[in-house]
Design a binder for this molecule. Structure first.
Ligand SMILES: Nc1ncnc2c1ncn2[C@@H]1O[C@H](COP(=O)(O)OP(=O)(O)OP(=O)(O)O)[C@@H](O)[C@H]1O
Ligand SMILES: [Mg+2]
Length: 117
C-alpha cells in the first residue's frame, strides 16, 4: 500500500474527487492548507517587488491537500490522472508525494491490509 499526499489548486478539488472515485479508493482525507513551493508563493508580484527593490517575503497560498491510501498497483495510474487533470502549465500546480504504508486496519471489523482500505 502507498499513501499519496497530493497538493493541488483549490479549483481542482471536484475533478480530484472524481479521479479518486473512479479508482475505487476506499476513502480519502482532504484538508484546506496554506503552502508555497519554489517561488515562495510569489509569481508576477515577485517581479514587481524585485523591480521596486522591495524585500520579497514568503507568501503562503491556499491549496488543497488530499491524502489517499491505495494499493501499489494503482499508484502510477492515479499519478497520471492527477497530472492530466491538474496541470495548467503555470507555476503552483502542486505536487504528489508517495509514502509506503505498512499496515491498515478497519477498526469496525479488524480487517487488515488492502482489505481494510
Ligand atoms: N518540498 C515541499 N514540501 C512540502 N510541500 C510542498 C513542497 N513543494 C511544494 N509543496 C506544496 O505544494 C504546493 C504547490 O507547490 P508548487 O506547485 O508551487 O511547487 P513548485 O516546486 O514551486 O513547482 P512549480 O515551479 O511548478 O510552481 C505548495 O503551496 C506547498 O503546499
Ligand atoms: Mg511553485
Amino acid at each position: 500500500m502507498k499513501e499519496l499526499v497530493i497538493i493541488i489548486r483549490p479549483e481542482k478539488l471536484e475533478e480530484m474527487k472524481k479521479i479518486l472515485d473512479e479508482v475505487h479508493c476506499g476513502g480519502m482525507t482532504l484538508s484546506s492548507v496554506m503552502g508555497c513551493g519554489t517561488q515562495k508563493g510569489t509569481s508576477f508580484e515577485a517581479g514587481v517587488n524585485e523591480i521596486k527593490g522591495l524585500k520579497t517575503t514568503i507568501n503562503l497560498l491556499p491549496k488543497i491537500r488530499v491524502e489517499v491510501v491505495i494499493p501499489d498497483k494503482e499508484v502510477e495510474h492515479v499519478i497520471m490522472k492527477v497530472r492530466e487533470t491538474c496541470a495548467t502549465n503555470h507555476v503552483g500546480d502542486g505536487k504528489i508525494f508517495v509514502r509506503n504504508i505498512e499496515e491498515a486496519v478497519r477498526i469496525r471489523t479488524g480487517e487488515r491490509g488492502i482489505d481494510a482500505l
